[in-house]
Design a protein around this ligand. Structure first.
Ligand code: CS2
Length: 445
C-alpha cells in the first residue's frame, strides 16, 4: 500500500517495483494525498501511465504497470480492507515532511486541529474516516490487529532524516491517545523501516501529454516526467516479504543515515537555497538558476559548508557534487523552483539549519547556510516564489518587520537548535541586502 501517490512515487517506488524480477507477484494499492485528481486520471487507464525519462539526448518512454489500484484518500473502506488482508506486506508513504504532523518540539502536534479530530474520531470508532497520515496508520493497524492479519512493514519514503523512527514516534504517540493496548501489538507486528529516496520529478504539464501522443501514438492523461538518475537506500526488516528490489537497483543497508544526510543537505539543501534566492533574482527553474554564475556561486558556497560535515569520505562528496551539477543543469528537466519553495518551515530545519548549527558551534558564520536562511526570510516577506506553507499563517506572521526581527522570531518559532545571536542576525541581514540588490535582475536582462 502506498499513502500519498504523486509524480514522485510513480517515478520512484513504482518504477523499482516494476523492475523487480518478481514484479508479477506484487502490486501497489495507492491512496492519493495532496492531489486527489490522480485517482480520476489513473482509474480510467487501469493505473497504467507513461514514465518519460528525460535523458540529455532525448526522451525514453516506458509504461509502468506496478500500481494496481488508485483510491481517493477518503476511501476508508478500501484502506481498511487492504490492511485486514494478510497479503498486504508493506505500507510506503510519500506524504511530505508536513504529513508527519510534528510540532516544533519534534513530537506529534497533539493540539493541531486535524490531529485532535483524528484522535477523537478513532477513540469513538476505530473505523472512522480520518485525515492525517499518523491517524490513518493507527486506524489501519487497529483494523489489522482486529483481523489477525499479522506482521507488516511501514517504510516511509519522505525527505526526512531517520524517517522510520520519526514516523514510528508520531504513530505511537497518536495510538497512545486512542488505544494504548495497540503499542504492544505494534511492537510484536510492525517493522519500521527507513529509507532515502532520490529522483528529481517535476509536475506534469500538457507538454508531457503531447510528447507521449507524438512519440507513442496514444493518449495518456497523466504521464510523469523524470530524470535518468534514481536512488533508493533501504534499511529494515520485511516480515511479510517484499519485492526483490535489490535486483532492481535498490541499495539495502544497515544504516541509512549517511546516505540521507548526504542527499538532504547537498541536493535538497541547495534546492531550497535556489528556490528562495534564485526566484528573487528572477529565475524560474533549477536549470536556469544553475546557469547564472552568481547563483551557482551561492550553491557552491553552500556545498562547501554542507559537504564538510558529511559522514562520507571526501572523494565521495566530490563525486556526488559533480553528479549534482549534471543533474541540476539537465535542461530537459523543467523543475520549477516555485514547486520546491513550498513548506520551507518543514524543510529549512532539516536541510539547512543542522549545518549552520555545527558551524556556529565551531565559532564560524559561513555565507552558504546564512544566505539560505536570509533568502527564506525574504521569501516569507513576499519576495520571489509565492509562499505556500503547511504553517502558512504562523510563518507569514513571524516574518513581519525587519529581516533581523523576522529571523529572530522564525528561529525561535522553529524551536531550532540554532539560537538567534546578534552576530548571526547581523550576518543574515547583510546577506539579505545582497540578494535584494539583485531582485528581478535576471528577468530584466
Ligand atoms: C525537492 C525534492 O521539492 C523539493 O523540496 O527538493 O522534491 C527533490 O526534487 C527530491 O527530493 C529529489 O529526490
Amino acid at each position: 500500500m502506498h499513502l500519498g501517490i504523486g509524480n514522485f512515487t510513480r517515478a520512484h517506488q513504482a518504477w523499482y517495483t516494476e523492475h523487480a524480477p518478481d514484479a508479477d507477484d506484487w502490486g501497489i494499492a495507492a491512496f492519493t494525498g495532496r492531489r486527489p485528481d490522480t485517482a480520476d486520471a489513473l482509474a480510467p487507464q487501469d493505473g497504467l501511465y507513461t514514465l518519460i525519462t528525460r535523458n540529455a539526448e532525448g526522451d525514453s518512454f516506458e509504461v509502468i504497470s506496478s500500481i494496481s489500484a488508485v483510491h481517493p484518500a477518503s476511501d476508508t473502506e478500501a484502506f481498511l480492507g487492504y490492511l485486514r488482508d494478510p497479503r498486504t506486506a508493506i505500507i510506503t508513504t510519500t506524504v511530505t515532511e508536513a504529513g508527519y504532523m510534528r510540532g516544533a518540539d519534534g513530537h506529534l502536534a497533539l493540539g493541531q486541529p486535524d490531529v485532535a479530530a483524528d484522535i477523537q474520531a478513532l477513540a469513538a470508532d476505530p473505523t472512522a474516516t480520518v485525515t492525517t497520515t499518523p491517524g490513518k496508520v493507527v486506524g489501519g493497524l487497529l483494523a489489522r490487529r482486529a483481523a489477525g492479519a499479522g506482521a507488516l512493514t511501514v517504510l516511509p519514503c519522505d525527505n526526512l532524516p531517520d524517517n522510520g523512527p520519526t514516523f514510528r514516534a508520531v504513530v505511537e504517540e497518536l495510538a497512545a491517545q486512542v488505544d494504548p493496548t495497540l503499542q504492544q501489538w505494534m511492537e510484536d507486528n510492525v517493522s519500521w523501516a527507513t529509507s532515502m529516496v532520490d529522483r528529481i520529478t517535476p509536475a506534469t504539464t500538457d507538454a508531457e501529454r503531447e510528447a507521449v501522443a507524438a512519440a507513442e501514438g496514444y493518449d495518456d492523461a497523466s504521464p510523469v516526467p523524470t530524470e535518468p538518475f534514481s536512488e533508493w537506500v533501504v534499511a529494515g526488516e520485511f516480515p511479510a516479504g517484499r519485492p526483490a528490489w535489490e535486483q532492481a537497483g535498490v541499495t539495502v543497508v544497515d544504516d541509512v543515515y549517511p546516505f540521507e544526510q548526504r542527499k538532504l543537505w547537498m541536493l535538497n539543501g541547495s534546492h531550497s537555497l535556489m528556490a528562495y534566492a534564485a526566484t528573487i533574482v528572477g529565475h524560474e527553474t533549477v536549470a536556469d538558476a544553475m546557469a547564472d554564475p552568481t547563483v551557482r556561486g551561492w550553491v557552491e558556497d553552500w556545498w562547501d559548508v554542507a559537504g564538510a560535515h558529511l559522514q562520507v569520505d571526501a572523494d565521495d562528496v566530490r563525486a556526488y557534487r559533480a553528479a549534482l551539477v549534471d543533474r541540476f543543469e539537465n535542461p530537459r528537466v523543467r523543475h520549477l523552483l516555485a514547486q520546491i519553495a513550498a513548506d520551507g518551515s518543514q524543510k529549512i530545519p532539516v536541510r539547512i539549519l543542522p549545518a549552520l548549527r555545527l558551524e556556529r558551534a565551531a565559532g564560524r558564520l559561513p555565507d552558504g547556510p546564512v544566505r539560505a536562511l536570509a533568502a527564506w526570510v525574504l521569501h516569507l516577506q513576499g519576495h520571489g516564489a509565492p509562499v505556500k506553507d503547511a504553517r502558512q499563517d504562523d510563518v507569514v506572521a513571524a516574518a513581519q518587520g525587519t529581516v533581523a526581527e523576522a529571523t529572530t522570531r522564525l528561529l525561535e518559532m522553529l524551536g531550532a537548535d540554532v539560537l538567534p545571536d546578534d552576530e548571526l542576525i547581523a550576518a543574515v541581514a547583510a546577506r539579505a541586502e545582497e540578494i535584494l540588490a539583485l531582485e528581478g535582475s535576471a528577468t530584466q536582462s
